[in-house]
Design a protein around this ligand. Structure first.
Ligand SMILES: *Cc1c(COP(=O)(O)O)cnc(C)c1O
Length: 364
């Protein structure tokens, strides 16, 4: 919605200039196959449902009380699952919020923050929001991060691993290279998709005082609707996040979110099984897409990034849409002929492939 200059006079000058992040579409109609926002196609752990039910049935009265502002039970469950100390864990209302606090806490420096030219589109939005200088470093021609390009004066580095929307993962040795070459700046590794086959940098936290790892329950734990993200780093970095959080919103996680996410971290077996299923579905889907002449980037995520020689990507996205399937197209330099497709269940992937075959048959 746009407003007249007359009405806009109430807005802070800074807010008038914002270019906010545009979230992926959440259609209101059912029977749409949503492969556009990298949600998990499977439900969360039954333990999660039980934790929420327990609050509703036995502890609804407690909803009049504020939740634990530290979310200690959740931090303990995360610490145990990740093999770190509770003092090395920070939790927030989705990793988007955690990332916002990270930008505020570490990146307001004289030199620009470095991130790949093709990456999570929220980073530049936070950069603008917090008036942080940013500099985009081009991925190579295979859409890979070349860590040597990041050896230059900077105010910090943020890289998604695996990267989004390219789906390609970095080696831990490359992350160590970034850490050792930037000893006076925080290097943030956004591991939103790490559970689908990449190597996590959490194991490096004890060794590097400038490493901040960020993860989310939204993708691998099927909890996008709960809004729980977390960061892992040495206590001196966590303390900066606590200072920012307690200057903004001291109760970012409600009682449902704390209890449900805690239950999720305690059900390691379910988590591992579900991640494995998504990985298997991804590998099967990649084979089927390649058989349809798609070029598929090597994915370690729960989505694939694909290009087809014969059909324009935006065109294909709208044809899929007409058939009730939504995927993500980015109107962006270098990747405007790609589509990002979330890995679904076997059945959902089958529906996608069937519709694609249909579209290609009609376009012949
Ligand atoms: C999905 C995603 C996030 C945000 O996750 P939430 O926890 O749902 O806010 C952060 N970073 C990347 C790269 C993502 O794809």
């Amino acid at each position: 919605m746009t407003f007249s200059t007359q009405k806009m006079r109430f807005w802070s000058p800074e807010v008038r200039e914002l270019e906010p992040y545009v979230p992926g579409e959440q259609p209101k109609v059912t029977n749409i196959l949503k492969l556009n926002t990298n949600e998990n196609p499977y439900p969360p752990s039954p333990q999660v449902i039980e934790a929420i039910t327990t609050i509703l049935e036995n502890q609804a009265d407690q909803l009049r009380l504020y939740p634990d502002s530290e979310a200690l039970s959740l931090k303990q469950a995360i610490a145990q699952q990740q093999g770190v100390d509770v003092s090395e864990v920070f939790v927030g209302n989705g990793s988007d919020e955690v990332l916002a606090h990270i930008f505020k806490a570490f990146f307001i420096q004289n030199e620009p923050v470095l991130s790949p030219d093709i990456s999570y589109s929220f980073y530049p939005v936070y950069g603008q929001f917090f008036q942080i200088k940013t500099k985009k470093i081009a991925l190579n021609e295979n859409f890979e991060v070349n860590v040597k390009d990041y050896v230059q004066p900077n105010g910090g580095i943020i890289i998604a691993n695996p990267n989004a929307p390219t789906s390609i993962a970095l080696e831990l040795s490359d992350i160590e290279y970034l850490l050792t070459h930037n000893p006076d700046r925080v290097v943030v590794i956004d591991e939103a998709y790490v559970d689908f086959g990449a190597m996590s940098a959490v194991g490096l936290v004890a060794k590097y005082e400038n490493l901040m790892v960020c993860q989310t329950t939204s993708k691998s734990r099927s909890l996008a609707g709960l809004r729980v993200g977390f960061a892992i780093a040495q206590p001196h970095l966590i303390a900066a996040l606590d200072a920012v959080k307690n200057s903004f919103n001291s109760y970012p996680l409600d009682r449902f979110a704390i209890a449900a996410a805690t239950a999720s971290f305690k059900d390691q077996a379910y988590f591992e099984t579900q991640c494995q299923k998504v990985i298997e579905n991804r590998e099967a889907l990649i084979g089927q897409l390649q058989a349809l002449d798609f070029h598929v980037l090597p994915s370690k995520a729960n989505f694939v990034f694909v290009r087809h020689q014969a059909i324009d990507a935006k065109d294909l996205a709208s044809q899929l849409r007409e058939q009730g399937i939504i995927v993500r197209h980015f109107n962006q330099h270098r990747i405007d002929q790609f589509l990002r497709i979330t890995v679904g269940t076997d059945q959902q992937n089958m529906r996608l492939v069937t519709v694609l075959k249909d579209i290609f048959a009609h376009n012949k």
